[in-house]
Design a protein around this ligand. Structure first.
Ligand code: IPM
Ligand code: MN
Length: 353
């Protein structure tokens, strides 16, 4: 019997609604597979907690996240709940988990499922299927920042050799594992020094993977190539901020934020969260798409080395999306969040042999 302890942070806005559906899916996994057991430790954290109590997460709860086998997070942040410097409340949860648990990989699959519409004319599911590998602990997120003068603010863009090496190596290892033929380095090395350093290290590491093709793209150019020829891309590795931006673009071409999952992975810990935010205007309406949150559970099972379970979740999602009978408003339907979760669970049980 393998027991997985999952720290669950439903968070703000629609976070709890979508996380519920992911938990439903994991409960179904427990039912179907002898020997898998989940223990969910629910943690109240985020902007709504800050508003009420003045802190974002209790130190003890943060330690529970550290102790868990994985963290499952809904969404963090609410409009108008800001720090004195204008940045969002939520960084003590989301960014702190990424930094303090050293989750240096932010893996964001960009995949168009059959039955889902892409805004790109003439592109088919086989044309949009790649990974954004976003560095997750450096760059302008490193926190070296300030109002250096009354009239000047700055954020220092940091790339360390260690930070670049490990994310670039992860991208190449992913390509090898997934039998992808090409890794693209996305940067702005024609202008930014830390990016030139990132690119230099990319070229160095690529030599360890002679069977994988290398490719280089400036971040401004890649935004048009994602739209024009997404079929070119297999694995794209980028520094933190550019990875943040291009992964939203990637989600959009693959059918929207409602189906885009992500995994924050380090050597010791991992956290799974949908790419979408807290969507406060939809809170409590059970309108939003839980597929992103459900696909996070698929990534979690992959991380646990249970590719068989991951495959089942993915097949169930694929079928439900392909059939298109149960789908939320973003995909042109009017199903409720929980109806989509129920349909996925039902499909899992049908597909399981
Ligand atoms: C994301 C989000 C976060 C980020 C914000 C909410 C801090 O945009 O996960 O992509 O910038 O990383
Ligand atoms: Mn983002």
């Amino acid at each position: 019997m393998t027991n997985y302890e999952i720290a669950v942070i439903p968070g703000d806005g629609v976070g709890p609604e979508v996380v519920n559906e992911g938990i439903k899916v994991l409960r179904a996994v427990e039912e179907l597979y002898d020997g898998i057991n989940f223990e969910f430790v629910e943690i109240d954290a985020g902007a709504h907690v800050y508003k009420e109590k003045g802190y974002e997460i209790l130190p003890d709860d943060f330690e529970r996240c550290r102790d868990a086998d994985a963290i499952y997070l809904g969404a963090i942040g609410l409009p108008g709940v800001n720090r004195p410097d204008g940045t969002i409340v939520g960084s003590e949860v989301l960014l702190a988990l990424r930094f303090k648990l050293d989750l240096y990989v932010n893996l964001r699959p960009i995949k168009l499922y059959p039955g889902v519409k892409t805004p790109l004319a003439d592109k088919k599911p086989e044309d949009i299927d790649f990974y954004v590998v976003r560095e997750n602990t450096e760059d302008v997120y490193a926190g070296i920042k300030g109002r250096v003068r009354e009239d000047v603010a700055c954020d220092v863009k940091v790339t360390t050799r260690k930070g670049a090496e490990r994310i670039i190596r992860y991208a190449f290892e992913l390509a090898r594992r997934e039998e992808r033929k090409r890794v693209t380095c996305c940067d702005k090395s024609n202008v930014i020094g830390s990016c030139a350093f990132f690119r230099e290290i990319f070229t160095e590491i690529s030599k360890e993977y002679p069977e994988i093709e290398t490719d280089y793209a400036y971040v401004d150019a890649i935004t048009q190539w994602f739209v024009r020829t997404p079929e070119w891309y297999e694995v794209v590795v980028a520094p933190n901020m550019f990875g943040d931006i291009i992964s939203d673009l990637g989600a959009a071409i693959a059918g929207g934020m409602g189906i885009a999952p992500s995994a924050n992975i380090g050597d010791e810990h991992a956290m799974f969260e949908p790419v979408h935010g807290s969507a406060p205007k939809y809170t409590g309406q059970y309108k939003v798409n839980p597929v992103a949150a459900v696909l996070c559970t698929k990534m979690m099972m992959d991380y646990f080395g249970r590719q068989d379970v991951a495959r089942l979740i993915d097949q169930a999602v694929t079928e439900v999306l392909r059939e298109g009978k149960v789908r939320t408003y973003d995909l042109g339907g009017n199903s409720k969040t929980y109806e989509v979760g129920d349909a996925i669970v039902k499909k899992m049980k049908e597909l399981y042999e």
